[in-house]
Write a protein that binds this ligand. Structure first.
Ligand code: ME8
Length: 693
């Protein structure tokens, strides 16, 4: 029998251990190992990062998503007894940020100070436990970037050359012709520059070897396959400097150039923990590098899983252990983006449902790794179902029954039907811990909920309120067993939920009379039976007050508007930013004059066979004959709604063949993110054929 099995159930030395009662020496029985955290003694360490976010816009819920997940992982690893650290920061150099600063009428330093502080505040307000926050504008960061560059240079991985290529302004990256053809033409520009190049092509085989020898280096598998295919298709050398830009870190050997943002940004993961500063004293670098996980959104997996390891290989530095790329939060039909304006902020949501409500929804509703919709209504509904009516309600019922039937003390379970709860709890613990390890958060929650639902049933089956009325000993014993088993199952579930809903878990923990922090429980030692008979339960309070869904949604939306105005202030505009940013290049009046737009009157409209989208219109624009115009508006308008309506028609557009018919112009419609079209019209009776100027 292992030694721990002969220890007293009561923990004798951990100051904030939850084990109370059962005096020393009284309970030398077979008991699980102490579940609470041990004194820090050569603990294994775990280090993870989020991306460092661009400061060209204020934080939104997409940024919060990654950071909340990272915080959850960190809390979970701590509950495995590991010394876990979270690194994040802000990405402040480059053209995009320079342009945003300019728009705000600030110099880049002032602008980035402001927005970076907002990110920091956001993580504090959301209760996220960040250990290292590094800004790329921090001079200590520049030391690290220069150090890695110099190592790459010494090892022959860098050369200078002239380069002409297609450059994507939004992504701040050179792109292939194929990628340029698939991008928004406004974002693509041709750039010729003398640049420093990184010999990425030399690293193709070493990268493939890495992915093959460490199959979980890139996760999930879909992303791994993508990365592998990209690398197998051949790698081109990478330009890593810009001479046309000032807002960046100058190259140590050629200060006319500044570093390309990604070479600069990726190095933050090391500069944040002191790489480059070792000479000025002890840093965390030795202890925390290599990092265990880079958590990123799927759109930046290539930078992390291809470029970054190649830079490190060239610099002869240890590689990260894993890059984990998650999916996107989708809102109003698209990935949230600053340019599209379909953005939700985290703080207004937190105001209404608390940080736990937000965290729970994001981790329960969205399968981690996949894209998932964000909806205020779904969030409020989920909160009510699982938190208010679920664990919150079970906690208050349990405490109230303990108080009513057992004088506020946990009774002993001396037999009686346990409803299979101990076995189910053991399964839930093993499953949930396994799922957490694999970042399958929604499945971890399902495992806990299978235990909680069983407890609900168990209470109904045993009807403690009826047992309490009986004076028979057997009934009393059954009542006590029922309450013990219920409270113990709740204790186990609460500990398992602590990484995701830390605030509520702590409250339930206290309601069950447990001392110390639930965050100090060791999940790898969590086992049935840790609840000690005689423990006094805590006060009964509503952990998650129930919401009126409609009202909560309205509240969140109103707060969102307010947050938008505040953030506009933050971005230096002093007035609410529109949700849409117009970033198309300016044109001259002559360019506009080339488009001949006329007032048209719809005379007839009919569906186009086999087309869901098209309607065929006959539109009078004042010529001898009406024009036949095909418009992609069938999903928004019925033909009969259109007859007699005045529309704006582009009259000098080349005729275009669609579905075997020829369209002799275009009607003008507005749509948001390719959503429902709204025909442009006239509130007055504009004369047919009049030109729009
Ligand atoms: O890419 N859904 O910064 P960024 C889920 N500075 N996650 C989202 C999201 C959404 N709709 N929107 C943003 C950059 N994210 C670079 C990174 S790292 C060395 C440099 C999260 O401000 C997600 O983690 O555009 C995504 O990868 C990151 O924010 C992008 O943040």
């Amino acid at each position: 029998m292992p030694l721990w099995m002969l220890r007293p159930a009561r923990c004798t030395w951990v100051a904030d251990c939850g084990h109370v009662g059962g005096g020393l020496g009284e309970r030398f029985e077979v008991s699980p190992p102490c579940e609470t955290r041990e004194r820090p003694r050569a603990m294994p360490r775990f280090h993870l990062s989020t991306p460092i976010y661009y400061v060209n816009a204020a934080p939104h819920i997409g940024h919060a998503y990654t950071t909340i997940v990272a915080d959850t992982i960190k809390r979970f690893r701590r509950m495995l007894g590991e010394d876990a650290y979270l690194t994040t920061g802000t990405d402040e150099h480059g053209q995009k940020v320079e342009r945003s600063a300019h728009k705000a009428g600030l110099d880049p330093k002032q602008f980035t100070d402001r927005v970076s502080a907002a990110f920091r505040r956001e993580w504090d307000e959301l209760g996220l436990e960040v250990d290292h926050f590094r800004r790329t504008s921090d001079p200590r960061h520049a030391l690290a970037v220069c150090r890695i560059f110099e190592r790459c240079l010494e090892n022959g991985a860098i050369y200078k050359d002239s380069y002409t290529g297609k450059y994507h302004l939004g992504d701040e990256a050179f792109v292939t012709d194929e990628e340029a053809a698939q991008s928004d033409p406004e974002q693509i520009t041709t750039v010729t520059e003398e640049n420093y190049f990184f010999r990425l092509s030399d690293f193709q085989q070493r990268l493939i070897d890495l992915y093959e020898s460490q199959p979980d280096f890139v996760q999930p598998d879909t992303r791994r396959n993508e990365v592998l295919a990209f690398v197998r298709s051949g790698l081109r050398d990478l330009s890593i400097s810009r001479s046309s830009l000032r807002w960046g870190i100058p190259l140590p050997n050629d200060p006319e150039h500044v570093f390309y943002v990604w070479f600069d940004a990726l190095t933050t993961y090391m500069s944040a923990i002191g790489y480059g500063e070792e000479e000025s004293g002890e840093t965390d670098y030795e202890r925390l590098w290599p990092i265990d996980v880079h958590l990123v959104g799927k759109e930046i997996v290539r930078f992390h899983a291809v470029y970054w390891p190649a830079f490190l290989m060239a610099a002869n530095l240890p590689l990260p252990r894993q890059v984990w790329a998650h999916g996107w939060l989708i809102f109003q039909g698209g990935k949230m983006s600053k340019t599209k304006g379909n953005i939700v902020r985290a703080l207004p949501v937190k105001e209404v449902v608390g940080t736990d409500g937000l965290r729970y929804y994001l981790l329960r509703e969205i399968v981690f790794g996949q894209d998932g919709n964000f909806s205020h209504k779904a969030l409020a509904t989920r909160y009510n179902a699982d938190l208010a009516n679920g664990i919150g309600n079970l906690a208050s019922r349990t405490v109230s029954m303990l108080s009513k039937y057992c004088g506020g003390e946990v009774p002993a379970a001396s037999g009686g039907d346990d409803g299979g709860l101990p076995a189910l709890a053991a399964t839930s613990i093993a499953d949930a811990v396994g799922h957490y390890r694999r970042f399958a958060f929604s499945r971890a929650l399902e495992s806990v909920w299978s235990l909680l639902s069983r407890v609900d049933k168990y209470i109904v089956e045993h009807r403690p309120w009826m047992l309490a009325k009986s004076r028979e000993t057997a009934a009393r014993e059954e009542l006590e067993a029922t309450l013990y088993n219920t409270a113990e199952a709740l204790r186990v579930a609460t500990a398992l939920l602590a990484p995701i809903i830390p605030d509520g878990a702590q409250k339930v923990w206290e309601a069950l009379g447990q001392e110390g922090r639930v965050a100090n429980v060791r999940l790898d030692r969590l086992a049935w039976g840790g609840l000690v008979a005689g423990t006094r339960s805590g006060p009964q309070r509503a952990v998650y007050p129930r919401l009126d869904v409609a009202k909560a949604v309205k509240q969140m939306e109103a707060l969102e508007e307010q947050a938008l105005a505040e953030q506009a202030e933050l971005m230096g505009r002093g007035r609410p930013v529109k949700r849409i940013e117009i970033d198309t290049p300016e044109i001259e009046i002559g360019d506009f004059a080339r488009v001949d737009m006329r007032v048209g009157l719809v005379q007839a409209a009919e569906p186009v066979r086999k087309s869901r989208k098209l309607l065929q219109l006959q539109v009078d624009i004042g010529e001898a004959e009406p024009r036949t115009i095909l418009a992609g508006i069938a999903e928004a308008y019925a033909p009969e709604q259109l007859v007699g309506r005045r529309v704006a028609v582009v009259a000098n557009l080349q005729p275009r063949k669609m579905m075997g018919r020829v369209s002799q112009g275009m009607v003008v419609a507005a749509s948001l993110d390719h959503g429902k079209p709204h025909l442009a019209g006239f509130s007055e009776e504009a004369p047919v054929g009049a030109r729009l100027t």
